[in-house]
Design a protein around this ligand. Structure first.
Ligand code: NAG
Ligand code: NAG
Length: 372
């Protein structure tokens, strides 16, 4: 009788993943995997392979119009063993989604090939472009992959307790015009990282694109450190909409070159009930910025239009040495707040030096220190 029970129990455990709904993990229900190695060489392999705590994903093409969703069990180790190419189709996407608690995802330097060049047309109109190319919704770590030519936004980060490092987003092919884009860059809306997440560090990533390098939409305790951005719109918080909190952001030791803006906070003019607090920039180096070195603007989607007051920005600090070199037609620092009560707390800019271009204006914000 006892033997039978043990055999039944063992059989049960080895045949199916156990869902424990009463103990939710941070990134979805906790799910205990089996100690086995799952190999994915087509989407048909995913269901079986994602029962295992070791998962290897080999080189194949994800069929056009389908999302490759991987729901890894708790503590899984996932490795890329070859490139993944995403078939061309005009649809909303996303192209790939990874979920799970405490997952270690290592791309081993392999490429995700988005074939953006088949979609790009230099603007938002025309064909629907799948976005994001990759949604990282797991906790743990995600590292060492190359993203080649995302159709539109490259990576959305939505996990809790997550480190994202060694990601190389290369949309530089989109810098040149193509037959549909006239004289504009073909790539458009190709954000590097869009972040809505908690306790997340993004470090040592390289982004070449035509839109925001980083856009933080919501979340707490977000660190962006040691990354390199070029070709795009710089490092941004926002655009921040209604009922949203962004709190505890550290932007440190990044390099930004050849970008429209350097460091930016943009909040939607009509938004209400939101806050952006405790933002610290330290030791960033920015050069060849063509529009604004630093811009903090409560009038989005206008630029320096009529600002709103429904997203309170409190506590913006430049510490250490942030240097920003802007081009001759750029503004050095522009701050556009709706009222002195919507831009509050300490705005210590003493660690900021901006050179080149012409001075911007600071409206309704308690800025102190700095050289600009
Ligand atoms: C996370 O997963 C690793 C295995 O990849 C395991 O060693 C570690 O104990 C797990 N940590 C937690 C907090 O569950
Ligand atoms: C914000 O929250 C309020 C109150 O819950 C709700 O009425 C409103 O629709 C929300 N706005 C947005 C844009 O989510």
């Amino acid at each position: 009788m006892l033997t039978t029970l043990v055999i039944l129990a063992t059989t049960f455990l080895s045949c199916s993943a156990v869902v424990i709904p009463e103990e939710p993990g941070l990134n979805g229900p906790r799910r205990i995997g089996k100690r086995c190695t799952g190999t994915i060489k087509s989407l048909a392999d995913v269901a079986a392979a994602q029962q295992c705590t070791t998962i290897n994903i080999g080189g194949f093409t994800v069929p056009a119009g389908q999302t490759f969703t991987l729901a890894a069990p708790d503590g899984a180790v996932v490795s890329l063993t070859g490139a993944l190419t995403f078939g061309f189709q005009t649809w909303a996407g996303p192209l790939m989604v990874v979920t799970g608690n405490n997952v270690t995802f290592n791309g081993n330097g392999h490429e995700l090939v988005g074939q953006g060049e088949l979609y790009w047309q230099g603007g938002n109109g025309g064909v629907t472009k799948p976005a994001p190319m990759l949604r990282i919704n797991n906790g743990g770590s995600f590292s060492n992959i190359k993203i080649k030519n995302s159709p539109a936004r490259a990576i959305s980060v939505g996990g809790n307790s997550l480190t994202v490092s060694g990601i190389n987003i290369d949309n530089s092919d989109g810098d040149a015009p193509n037959s549909k884009s006239g004289s504009s860059a073909a790539g458009h809306n190709t954000d590097g990282f869009d972040v809505s997440a908690h306790d997340v560090t993004l470090s040592g990533n390289t982004i070449k694109n035509q839109d925001d390098c980083l856009a933080i939409n919501r979340g707490t305790n977000i660190v962006f450190t040691g990354n390199t951005c070029s070709g795009g719109h710089g490092i941004s918080i926002g655009s921040v909409n209604s009922n949203t909190t962004v709190s505890g952001v550290q932007i440190t030791g990044n390099t930004v070159t050849n970008s429209a803006n350097g460091l930016r906070i943009k909040t939607i003019a009509t938004a209400t009930g939101s806050q952006v607090s405790n933002v610290v920039y330290s030791n960033n180096k920015l050069s060849s910025i063509t529009q604004f070195g630093v811009i903090i603007d409560q009038s989005y989607p206008s630029t320096l239009g009529t600002p709103g007051t429904g997203v309170v920005i409190s506590g913006v600090t430049f510490s250490g040495s942030n240097t920003v070199a802007v081009g001759s037609s750029a503004k050095r620092v522009s701050v556009n707040c709706g009222s002195t009560s919507s831009c509050t707390g300490k705005w210590d800019f003493s660690g900021l030096t901006v050179t080149g271009g012409s001075a911007g204006t600071v409206k309704n914000a308690p800025v102190s220190g700095g050289s600009f």
